[in-house]
Design a protein around this ligand. Sequence first.
Ligand code: NAD
Ligand code: UD1
Length: 336
Amino acid sequence: MGKILVTGGAGFIGSHTCVEFLESGYPVIVLDNLSNSKQESIRRIEEITKKPIDFYLADMRDENAVRKIFTEQEIDSVVHFAGLKAVGESVEKPLEYYENNINGTFVLLKIMREFGCKKFVFSSSATVYGMNNPVPYVEDMPTSATNPYGYTKVMIEQILRDFCAADPDFRAVALRYFNPIGAHKSGLIGEDPNGIPNNLLPYIGQVAVGKLEKISVFGDDYPTPDGTGVRDYIHVVDLAKGHVCALEYADQHKGFTPINLGTGHGVSVLEMIHAYEKACGHALPYQITSRRAGDIASSYADASLAKQLLNWEAHETLETMCADSWNFMQKNPNGL
Ligand code: NAD
Ligand code: UD1
């Protein structure tokens, strides 16, 4: 059996997905430049699965390094997580975001073409639904973006659509993730952001362990049941399992297919804080502040296409998402 090249496999979602691939019997190779992760996560994946991983410390934009991996290994497919992902930073550093995310994808596709490798799974995002679509989001809605990070996802999806049109044997699945949270049940791997977190869950987790003082709730005047923002939070292990299904789908289906990975249910910021309080067993201080620029009121998936095409659906609950996040935070208060 050929191997799966996982770009960004040392990161949050990539590390959980490596575990699911290995446990389903698929051998993986990881390429990561560790710009937003640590090699310790690779060791921990091996500890969880008791299986070895070939790890390449390399940049995906380095054509020679990527070619070397394809020369040394028999690679059957690429699952592409590597990329920069902070929305605010992308507004300040647009060139770095376009250069890393778009060029990196170009290099991968070019080398895949050189070696006749035809299966690709891409980490897209619900951010491609932009500001103007009604919820729940359905895959055939028009895509758009409001910041450079989001544009890299919209553009890469278009590049994949064009690449599939030009090579009728190529297959690419773009998985549009909603809000991945939680951690592996072992507490060995989880989300380990650099600096002060931008996203709600790692922020709540750091308040819960006492590293940050209080949560800022960005606005309580949205047109939602309690006025705070609503999102479709999905357990990272459910999300990871979706990649195994997506790769099996790509094996059988040519062309470009975008698919939502979400639960189909929205949860508000206040509901999330209260669910986390139950998990950690103490109250979490918070204050209502002004809205964050670029935020929308509500985002959640129509999750039926994933069920139909992949026979995949999310199984974890809000309670287990918070409990697993808290377990990871307690075991790794200072990250990996
Ligand atoms: P992450 O930062 O934890 O993982 C990304 C990994 O890619 C990191 O390990 C980083 O070191 C690596 N990387 C970045 N640039 C690289 C390069 N040039 N060469 C090699 N490695 C490189 O992020 P994540 O949360 O695991 O996200 C994975 C993917 O999913 C990203 O593409 C992200 O945009 C997408 N996504 C994430 C979310 C989310 O909420 N976490 C939501 C939607 C989409
Ligand atoms: C953000 C990004 C999105 C990206 C996603 C995953 C923006 C505008 N959007 O989405 O492009 O795909 O992360 O990386 O940055 N919140 C608070 N206090 C906080 C943090 C967040 O109240 O300290 C609220 C937000 O207003 C939102 C919800 O919590 O209603 C979730 O926020 P977040 O975790 O940042 O995810 P998204 O906004 O969905």
